[in-house]
Design a protein around this ligand. Structure first.
Ligand code: PCA
Length: 215
């Protein structure tokens, strides 16, 4: 059976002209491959409004799987995230000028949610395809963690069968020309997200393999 995978990317923030998360997911919009059908929507890098739009888009598209993607400039790897925390703590303003400090996302929600996606398996498949990838255990406290928490909270609140998660990606080469920062090609990131979507559709359970970090 064909599974619908809703992909989201963000608009540019923090002085960047593009956001590779949107550049990548928009290339997968409308593509059918290996029993999945992908659709892509752009979210604003804005606290709260991003969650409202995500909820509307979930109701509209009725996906089985939701994978939100965001830029993590400075990271070396494509990093599927393990955990979303119930905290907004902004180092910079979002695209609407909001800069919440030590704010709960959901006053009745738990401190954290774990992803519903098989993230170790996703990272393994990416590595088998020559893409540097590893699981991350922090999505930060900016809008990416916020959308990840909002997604997981929506799934829990509505007792939905949707499986959801989040992937952070590095800069793409075009963004790294004027800075000293690691980057991957847009093609590589598009491939990584396609692998993530197919892997999530094919597997509910994660691999029980060594991962983690020591710091
Ligand atoms: N990255 C930011 C928010 C939007 C994006 O692409 C983050 O990591 O929080």
């Amino acid at each position: 059976m064909m599974k619908k995978v809703l992909l989201t990317g963000f608009d540019p923030f923090g002085g960047e002209e593009i956001n590779p998360s949107w550049e990548a997911v928009k290339r997968l919009d409308g593509i059918q491959t290996e029993n999945i059908e992908m659709m892509a929507v752009q979210l604003p890098t804005v606290y709260r409004e991003s969650i409202a739009i995500l909820e509307q888009q979930i109701k509209k598209h009725q996906p089985e799987i939701v994978i939100c993607v965001g830029q993590a400039g400075g990271r070396l790897h494509v990093t599927p995230e393990k955990v979303a925390i119930n905290l907004d703590d902004a180092r910079i303003s979002d695209n609407a000028g909001n800069q919440p400090i030590d704010r709960e996302i959901a006053s009745t929600g738990p401190a954290a949610y774990f992803t519903g996606l098989p993230i170790k398996r996703m990272a393994e498949r990416m590595k088998e395809n020559n893409i540097p990838a590893s699981v991350s255990y922090t999505a930060g406290t900016f809008v990416c963690n916020h959308i990840f928490y909002g997604l997981m909270d929506y799934i829990h609140r509505t007792s939905s069968t949707i499986r959801g998660g989040f992937i952070h990606i590095p800069f793409i080469h075009e963004q790294a020309m004027d800075k000293q920062a690691p980057s991957l090609s847009l093609d590589t990131i598009v491939k990584a997200i396609r692998i993530a979507a197919v892997t999530a559709a094919e597997n509910e359970a994660d691999l029980h393999i060594v991962g983690g970090t020591t710091h």
